[in-house]
Write a protein that binds this ligand. Sequence first.
Ligand SMILES: Cc1cc2nc3c(=O)[nH]c(=O)nc-3n(C[C@H](O)[C@H](O)[C@H](O)COP(=O)(O)O)c2cc1C
Length: 481
Amino acid sequence: MTIAVQDLREYLDRLVREVGPESVRTIDGAHWDLEIGGISELMAESGSSPALLFDNIPGYPTGSRVLTNYMGTPAACAVAVGLAPDTPKMEVVRVWKDRLRNLTPLPPKDVGDGPILENVLEGDDVDLEIFPTPKWHEQDGGRYIGTACMVITRDPDSGFVNLGTYRACVQGKDRLSLWINANDGRTIASKYWARGQACPISVVVGCEPTLATAAATSAPFGVSEYDLAGAMRGEPVEVLYPPGSDLPVPAFAEIVIEGEMPPVEEESVHEGPFGEWTGYYTHSGPETVVRVRRILHRNDPIILGSPPLLPTTTPGYQGLPIFGATQIWQQLDKAGLTNVVGVWAYGLLLMFVISIKQTAPGQGLRALMAAAGSPHTIGGMQRFFVVVDDDVDITDLNHVLWAVFTRVKPVESIHIIPTMTGPIDPRLSPKDRADKDYLMGTVLIDATKPFFWKDDFPGENRFTETLREEIRAKWSDRLPL
Ligand SMILES: Cc1cc2nc3c(=O)[nH]c(=O)nc-3n(C[C@H](O)[C@H](O)[C@H](O)COP(=O)(O)O)c2cc1C
């Protein structure tokens, strides 16, 4: 199936067309200094925020816009991955999993030209301050243009092109800072630094959601997230090579910032703090800079913003929970578990819930161990794994909690395994953080009914679906059932 949303603008058009005009809200006059961030947070907390397109931002020309909360509802998430807006939430994960299982990496296509070249700023014209970059949270140490950005680097050994999402702060007209942890982007940059060279880098601010989501995930080193995004979209990503650069950029991106990143010993800047996706300000300190050589942007560019909120108030943010659940499910498939009914994520990726149809004893724990062994981590913070029976609706947190509260025997159903976390973890003690001692642990909770007497487990007092439907049919014209 083809997804192929070409760019952010087409995604917004599709939302309006397929979900309805109320799914995209244009807001005029909100200030970059905390107002855009504050409105985005309050709207997200309502639980069903439309995509918010901020325009007429004070001090900036009309048309220079910021988009937030762009995947704030299940319908918006479905449209982003090319499905009908009313696709059930679990079905979205299932479709993605099947797509990835059959995935043949699809390299990007060089189309030579594209709207990203509408404006090319070089030399004295380079100025990052022309964009209405928000200050998102009260204690942020600057204006972060890159929150859902896509950072492109090329491995100098194999030549493969890597995409990653790393927070990017405007540090002046021609300086950007990046905070890059231990991931493929850092491995590549370190190779240039070891050769005494600065790492060529391009930062894309604003691209369609599948591409932005692929950038934030970790493909094995040597596999380009461009190829992954192509496979997920069902069509190659259309790219172009800006003059003199060997880093391909999306032809339909909104803004591309090109430059070089020297080692931190050669040039650094104080970066952070920044209100991160865990819901806390964690890291700040000297970090790497990008010396900006050139800026490309479309007319009326849109900054794609994903200001981190509390992980529990932004379930649909970035499509990351959907993608994370997909990856865990794939892991379970690889481990040979054939009875998995679904996987869902809460708190972005802090808790995964798996539902299984038990056919033999011990399957709950097997599923938990296979999931916890997944190589896919976001800062190492996959903290809780829960397994339940298939009668539990895992997309409903209340239903999951009910199973945990009533089917777990704490002395035998909860296991803690030693795993490593990452520097973003707020629970690291100051000493452990300084020593880089990241041992933290993961909790495995088996909330399935005990296999040998599951059929004798007390019956539920909840109305059956059949009776619910009968009551709805008779009463729903008078009551909101
Ligand atoms: C919204 C968002 C922001 C992120 N910010 C950072 C960041 O500031 N620094 C970082 O190292 N990783 C960050 N990550 C995680 C990386 O993008 C992720 O680990 C990715 O797989 C890295 O890609 P790579 O291994 O190809 O370099 C972020 C992820 C998301 C979804």
